[in-house]
Ligand binder design. Sequence first.
Ligand SMILES: [Zn+2]
Length: 491
Amino acid sequence: MFGMLRLRALLPCLLFAIATTAWGATYTVDPLPQQNGVEVTVSIARPSMQFRMPAWAPGDYRIVNFGTNLADVRFFRGGVPVPSEKDVQDPNLWRVAEGADEVRYVVARVRSGIFSENLRVTSREMFAQWPAVLGWFDGHANEEHTLRVRALTADSKVEAALRRLPEADSGYFTFTAPDFDSLIDAPLVMGQDLRVHSFVVAGKPHAVVGFGRSVPSNLAEYGALCSRIVGAAFRLMGELPYERYLFLIDFNGPGGGLEHMNSARLAIPSGAPPRAMAGFLAHEFFHLYNVKRIRPKPLGPFDYTKPAVTGSLWWLEGVTDYYAEVLLLRAGIVTPDEFLDEAGRALNMARRARSVSLDESSRRVWEANNSSGYRVNYYTGGKAVGVLLDLAIRGATDGARSLDDVLLALYKETGGGKPGFAEGRIRELCVQYGGASVGDIYDRCVMTPEPLPLGDVLPKMGLEFRNGLSRAPGADSRAAALLEAWLAADE
Ligand SMILES: [Zn+2]
């Protein structure tokens, strides 16, 4: 008994000592509530000659240059200050000719991004979306990372989708991440007023974490809704590929939603009825599969120094939005008629000829500075194409296959840390599961700005389009059966 107790007491200290001194990078974050900011100290074991900040943040496809947020940047080697030079061309790069093993800087009063608050620090609460706050020393991004965040107050609680170490370090919360990508993909919220509603799906723990200006009392309702969404995703995808998942809800916060590997941050009005937020919750949650794991090569591992150009953002955003609706349908949160109405709205918004293809809209989003598409919105366009490809594959295979097969094949090829897909792979899988006719529909929908070929797809599914999607009168029984299969709930 004695030995075990001793070991248990010592283990956290040992782990912490190893994590901070033997290898890897240690990030210490001290909140500065008066400045609405933080002081950051990054320490590494072997000196490096370059320190960088991300030029952009995953999920928000714009060059932001987070290096411009840094103030009072000081480099050290063995505790002694060393001179540094900020690159004249690149606002995210500092050079240290002698090499440095530590940098300290302040990040304060950072503007919110399109989708997420970047940094908010008050005397009661802190939220950090790390790409705006944390940089990396060249040569160290793939090492084990340790994050230490000083508690705002003695009774502060903290949540982040990172592995948490026992409290061995007085006054600090300590987490580890296998690399820089994983570290900055786990936003952190801390404060004395955090509200947490936990639930379990398929043996995996989940939590709705309410924070922000006005946390409502109905977190349990959000929990029940999220639980049904997670259940539908589990039945579709076959697994929940995380140890724990967090819905971080910033009530009355700025921006929209931003997805992460094992969490999402969502801004929700505190008076909103939870059911009205179901599609939004499902969209951000489903991203843990589609964009965080199912992804093209440029979207992980990331190169934060330049645009990650891909023609597939219509799939990653628009088809995620389509599957958000599918999850709500299969979970029984919306009725088949509500689902049909929503699919019809998506087709109506995107059916006409566009100025550029969705492929071009995706690739050139970096020129648009809007994170939603170059000249054409790839959210609405991609959602409509998701509807149409699903119907086309079902119609072409007499219901034997669907877009689920394409999604699952992509997941099998890219999930579990495997490399991302090559451009063109989605088309190949559409043809593999739906046949050559679906390849033609794909080309017209994705690679050209032509109107969507509704007339080639809808009749086989017993559907027609008249400013909305409706059951075609006089459809044969086979088409009607295909339609009912598309509209079926799981249970
Ligand atoms: Zn999204």
